[in-house]
Design a protein around this ligand. Structure first.
Ligand code: PAF
Length: 286
């Protein structure tokens, strides 16, 4: 059930397809937590067969980002997937994905570049090239696995919006399923990067969900002016928090709002103990 090679995976998936079975793909970078497990559960409910990809994609990390120290826990990931009844864990090497010895740059490789408007905002402002790297690897995984469905978490809201846009613009015949954010009881959104935080840091990190919940409560009380809603955040921030952005935008198009409405999403990125954390909330749940 653990495959490292594209060809082996293809042979197996083609067999399923011939039998008329539906295939779900859950793309991950490993270090699986309950957030990933919720995607896997949804995939199991929706599809006959489930593939989980486990690949820390080098081309979506900037030169000063955490590619080298990103948690790699393949053995534990496979065990979790096994328990959940996943059919294949696909864990290719970078050489397998991009070609042996291939220089990983858009001078030498074909990249997928989402529209400027979608990538030059929110996380894209500080992570140049990040979403090109994400879309490139996701489209490659789509072409390798050819699933009927692919599952992504709302935690990475900008990522899902951009992937949906890519799928629409490039006529990719795959249904994208977005799954809700999974949180610790404290409210902290699950993330592989939470592993970098101390216990103290985890407490300080609760500021993200507190700010977002407070914005939602204010919206429910009738405050719709985006500047006024954003203002409410400042009383929560201390010198332990390095706020990168707090924005309220349209949850389907990422367009900035002056006046919030039921289609709005509030998104935040903030560093705690030097760890970059993101979170978001719909001002009105579906
Ligand atoms: O969300 C992630 O873990 C990654 O960005 C993804 C979608 C697996 C692509 O590498």
């Amino acid at each position: 059930m653990l495959y490292h090679r594209i060809e082996e995976l293809r042979v197996e998936v083609q067999k399923w397809k011939k039998e008329g079975l539906t295939v779900g793909l859950v793309p991950t970078m490993g270090a699986l937590h309950n957030g990933h497990m919720s995607l896997i559960k949804k995939a199991k409910e929706t599809c006959d067969k489930v593939v989980v990809s486990d690949f820390v994609n080098p081309i979506q990390f900037g030169p000063s980002e955490d590619f080298d120290k990103y948690p790699r826990t393949l053995e534990a990931d496979v065990e979790l997937c096994d328990k959940e009844g996943v059919d294949i864990v696909f864990a290719p090497s970078a050489d397998e994905m991009y070609g042996e010895g291939q220089r990983l740059s858009n001078d030498t490789l074909t990249y997928v570049c989402p529209p400027f408007f979608y990538v030059n905002t929110l996380c894209g402002k500080s992570r140049t090239g990040h979403f090109d790297g994400v879309c490139t690897v996701v489209l490659k995984l789509f072409n390798i696995v050819q699933p009927n469905y692919a599952f992504f978490g709302q935690k990475d809201a900008q990522q899902v919006i951009i992937i949906k846009k890519m799928v629409k613009d490039l006529n990719v015949p795959i249904n994208i399923v977005q799954c809700p954010i999974v949180r610790e009881e404290s409210g902290l959104a699950l993330s592989s990067r939470n592993k970098y935080l101390t216990e103290e840091g985890k407490k300080d990190a609760l500021v993200l969900s507190r700010i977002l919940n407070n914005i939602k409560t204010c919206y429910e009380k009738g405050i719709t002016d985006v500047l006024a809603l954003k203002e409410t955040a400042y009383s929560f921030l201390t010198d332990k928090h390095d706020l990168e952005y707090l924005e309220i935008v349209d949850r389907n198009t990422l367009e900035a709002k002056m006046i919030a409405d039921d289609e709005s999403i509030a998104l935040i990125a903030c560093r705690v103990e030097g760890v970059r954390l993101i979170d978001n909330i719909y001002l009105k749940e579906d």
